[in-house]
Structure formats: structure tokens, C-alpha cells
Design a protein. Structure first.
Length: 181
């Protein structure tokens, strides 16, 4: 039995195991890279934002940027307006006191509807928006919050890790981990 198998069997936190279900712990530890598919984000986050005014939301990742598409239906209009919003990763702040990702809203087509962004962000409790920058507080994401509170021999496991780089690639979000000793 390898050290990675022992570590995987030792960690009993269900949130940690769920995060690693699609990828092998050995690959995460040796390559220090994780990948999250656009389908995961669609299932876990965008499904929270759908209502009678926001319909048919979909999320796609491309090389260097992401795009949310859907339709907006206002009561005064007899038809729905299709829209797309493009965003990029602006910055990652991953320290012991701050675990946040900042996304820059690049453009919204066909119109710059500020209320669309506000409505989308307002439906998801760990997102906030200010001046075209969407902030995702990773410590408030339900599955990640459990992982961030996991202690290993009295120390928070998340305090030993940092996210060095976060990028959007075709169909997935890719992050590079660093270890803080």
C-alpha cells in the first residue's frame, strides 16, 4: 500500500473525499494541480440562480475566459432577451485569513444589464459584485467550508496550502497548488 493510499484512507472528511472523487489524490499531490469541470459549476451553483426572470442558464469555459449565457424575462416585455456575459480570473487571494477568487466581468451582450449581474450574484450566497468584479468567498462555499475547517493534528489543513495559479481552459477550471511549510 502506497503512502497516497494510506493518506486517502486516513482522511475521513466527507467533503475532502467528495472533492477528490473525480481525481486521484496521487495526481493532486504529485502534480499539485486540480481540475473542476464546467458541469460541476453548472450543477452546484448555476442551478441556484434560475428563477422566473433568469432562464436557461449555462456556463462554458474557454481558454482564458468563461461565459455565462441565458435568457432574461422582464414582466413589461412580452419576450425573453438572450444574453451572454464573459468573465476572466482577475486575482486569487488564498492566505490563512482570506480565501477568495476575483472574477472580472469583461462584457455582457447584447446590453450591459447591471441588474442581470446583480441578480445572478445575489442568488448565490458566497458571491458578491462591486464595480464589475465578482468576488467568490471560497470559505463560504458549503463543500469547501468543510474542507477548510478540517484539522490534521491540530492544524488547519487549508493553512498549509495555497492556490498559486487559477486559469480557465476549455471545459474546466485548473488550479495549481502550493504547500506552505
Amino acid at each position: 500500500m502506497s503512502i497516497f493510499d494510506r493518506l486517502n484512507n486516513t482522511l475521513k472528511n466527507p467533503a475532502f473525499k467528495e472533492l477528490l472523487k473525480d481525481q486521484r489524490l496521487k495526481e493532486v499531490m504529485t502534480r499539485r494541480e486540480f481540475r473542476v469541470t464546467e458541469e460541476y459549476f453548472q450543477r452546484e451553483f448555476l442551478s441556484l440562480a434560475v428563477d422566473e426572470e433568469l432562464r436557461g442558464l449555462s456556463l462554458r469555459f474557454f481558454d482564458g475566459y468563461g461565459e455565462i449565457a441565458g435568457e432574461v424575462k422582464k414582466r413589461l416585455l412580452p419576450f425573453a432577451i438572450p444574453f451572454t456575459a464573459r468573465f476572466t480570473v482577475q486575482k486569487v487571494a488564498f492566505t490563512t485569513w482570506e480565501k477568495q477568487v476575483y472574477l472580472q466581468v469583461e462584457q455582457i451582450k447584447p446590453l450591459d444589464l447591471e441588474w442581470v449581474t446583480t441578480r445572478l450574484v445575489g442568488k448565490i450566497p458566497f458571491l458578491s459584485c462591486r464595480e464589475g468584479v465578482i468576488t467568490c468567498d471560497l470559505a463560504r462555499v458549503p463543500r469547501l467550508a468543510e474542507f477548510f475547517s478540517y484539522r490534521l493534528k491540530g492544524m488547519l489543513l487549508a493553512d498549509m496550502l495555497t492556490v498559486k495559479e487559477l486559469s480557465l481552459r476549455e471545459g474546466e477550471l485548473v488550479g495549481r497548488l502550493g504547500v506552505c511549510l
